[in-house]
Design a binder for this molecule. Structure first.
Ligand code: ADP
Ligand code: MG
Length: 207
């Protein structure tokens, strides 16, 4: 199963979620972002004495397509897409089994979601298929309870569906990354760990 974390906008938590998911699922990641957030974090992981993740950086769009074409059905992989629109990023969206789109529940974020929806619509028309992205509320205030604005927005956009899991803004997500770790590797109770496990459960159910 190819799980892609994608949004045409940067700064929404794609790399952060891709990282924690790859550790939680114990699977490789393809890093398509020129910012190379994950390569950097993996170096921190090595420096802290943990077994490093398998991060794949394809040399060319052709190399990426070939890798994905031959990817075994029964093996999982995570793709971290760059926060911009490109043919490579569109290819990643097209070949994915699951597209997770992190979105913050702020009115100012809505234009970005519309734009990403438009990209998926164009791609669906071009490829004659109905691509769906799973919108994941991420980085929301831990005290927020009312997501009706986002629910209505996602309802109105045919290529989007809202995930049940909600990921809050939690220091554990970035503090663990600063040590090259994943939240699932934290000992004891952590809300971030609980939320990520919930996300993994929901993804597995989708697959
Ligand atoms: N759930 C979260 N809790 C805390 N910080 C978060 C969360 N999601 C994202 N962030 C922070 O937001 C910033 C952008 O995240 P990043 O994964 O780099 O976004 P993208 O890959 O979409 O550009 C980072 O500083 C990251 O640590
Ligand atoms: Mg990123």
């Amino acid at each position: 199963m190819i799980i892609t974390v994608a949004h045409s906008k940067g700064g929404v938590g794609k790399s952060l979620l891709a990282w924690h998911l790859a550790i939680g699922l114990n699977v490789p990641i393809v890093d398509l972002d020129f910012q190379k957030t994950l390569v950097y974090t993996n170096n921190l992981r090595k420096a802290n004495g943990h077994k490093n993740l398998d991060i794949i950086q394809p040399e060319s769009p052709e190399a990426f397509i070939e890798l994905m074409d031959n990817w075994p059905e029964n093996k999982n992989i995570i793709i971290d897409v760059g926060g911009f629109d490109s043919n490579l990023n569109r290819a990643a969206i097209y070949i994915s089994d699951i597209i997770i789109t992190p979105a913050v529940d702020r009115v100012t974020e809505m234009a970005g979601l519309y734009k990403f929806h438009q990209i998926i619509e164009e791609l669906s028309t071009k490829m004659k298929t109905d691509i769906k992205a799973d919108i994941l509320l991420n980085d929301v205030s831990p005290t927020s309870r009312d997501f009706s604005v986002m629910i209505d927005l996602v309802d109105s956009l045919p290529h989007f569906r809202l995930m049940k899991t909600i990921i809050a803004h939690r220091a554990d997500f970035y503090k663990t990354m600063e040590e090259g770790k994943g939240v699932t590797e934290l000992e004891g109770d952590s809300k971030a760990k609980q939320e990520l496990k919930q996300l993994i459960k929901e993804i597995k159910k989708r697959g």
